[in-house]
Design a protein around this ligand. Sequence first.
Ligand SMILES: NCc1[nH]cc(CCC(=O)O)c1CC(=O)O
Length: 315
Amino acid sequence: MKNARPTPASPLRIGTRGSPLALAQAFETRDRLAAAHGLSEDCFEIVVIKVTGDQIQDKSLKEIGGKGLFTREIEEALLEGAIDIAVHSMKDMPVEQPAGLIIDCYLPREDVRDAFVSLRYKSINDLPQGAVVGSSSLRRRAQLANRRPDLKLVEFRGNVQTRLKKLDDNVAEATFLAMAGLSRLGRTEVAQSAIAPEEMLPAVAQGAIGVERRLEDAAVDALLAPIRDLPTAQRLSAERAFLAELDGSCETPIAGLALLEGENLWLRGEILRPDGSSVLRGERRGPIAAGADMGRDLARDLLTRAGPGFFDFKA
Ligand SMILES: NCc1[nH]cc(CCC(=O)O)c1CC(=O)O
């Protein structure tokens, strides 16, 4: 985008992954920008970028490894100027962005809860002894193993359609998805129930969409101003500081959720052994502006209680 205001001849280029959920998030961002600025749809261009993580479907994410599996190619496009903004699920974003890029725009957060998805059973408690559950999320696997050590966990990857097909084929009796994703895809009916945070604390930043831009791009900065959601930014500030202090990588089961209560912020966090044999929980309450400090403080407290080697047990 060369001008401050996008036009059909010089549209704002929005970079995204090509999955149905990623596209829905990019469209939502475009629609909010269009409405806020009174611009037509053709002032925006959705640019689909292929990422490594989407192209390898037959391995677990742990096997492929490496940071930024779902973001590297998109961030390169942003740095090269091939796109003007990138739309991300904040849950999948590392706590730090590459030099020259910044995420300082969040859309209003969706439902933060995990969905319990099954053809036959209503909830986790409803599952019979020894039932098979599919999930590739380290957090959900550890949380489930902690709650129901009798269940058998199998790896489950792919988009909503793929996972539902696996349930149809009796590969597993149940799986988990984020309510936010189902909601954005208009598929909340596949959820038997939404799991309360008290039962399964969600991933840090679950349900939040972030918009990444070039740090120096003042025109895009100004364009994003009217769609920035402050409460979401405040909550993520606490949750992501918690994650950063834990040095959270994708290989550590961590959960965290901040809620606003008037002038205060309530942060809950937990860390688990990958095999679910142990869970440590904590919470902090304080002024919203102290959210990041609370996140770091809670993380240090949990790490002290955990002691060395807490995460070393293999699932
Ligand atoms: N790791 C994949 C991922 N990243 C974001 C979402 C859902 C949407 C969100 O949490 O914002 C999902 C799928 C899922 O967990 O069901």
